[in-house]
Write a protein of this length. Structure first.
Ligand code: SF4
Ligand code: SF4
Length: 112
């Protein structure tokens, strides 16, 4: 799921620079999250950075944008096609977790 910002936002400016997907921007009155860009930080961090650090806890998940972990990872890959990230090896870590959960047999045993 993407996250969204409720009208409890106090425009403290904390979340916007934290977003690795540039999904957060100032709206008409308060900050807003572009659901098409929010991956819940999948691919970058273990937990949503904005929701973790918002001082008034006004960034819940958006029930209108239900997405699986795989869909969030796919969105991450669309946003970052080169797999490059300025936040370290998040992409590889996420891809490894994805591969590990979907590959039933280890290919390492094929050597010989
Ligand atoms: S959860 Fe992550 S990707 Fe989504 S808006 Fe917050 S910081 Fe950006
Ligand atoms: S961190 Fe929370 S209160 Fe501050 S601008 Fe972002 S959503 Fe609003």
């Amino acid at each position: 799921m993407a996250l969204w910002i409720t009208d409890e936002c106090i425009n403290c400016d904390v979340c916007e620079p934290l977003c690795p997907n540039e999904a957060i921007s100032m709206g008409a009155e308060i900050y807003e999250i572009d659901a098409a860009r929010c991956t819940e930080c999948v691919g970058h961090f273990d937990e949503p950075q904005c929701a973790s650090l918002c001082p008034v806890s006004c960034i819940p998940v958006n029930p209108s944008h239900v997405e699986t972990q795989a869909q969030l990872l796919e969105k991450y890959r669309r946003l970052h096609p080169a797999g490059a990230t300025s936040h370290g090896g998040g992409a590889d870590a996420a891809a490894s977790r994805e591969a590990a959960s979907s590959a039933p047999v280890s290919s390492a045993q094929a050597a010989g």
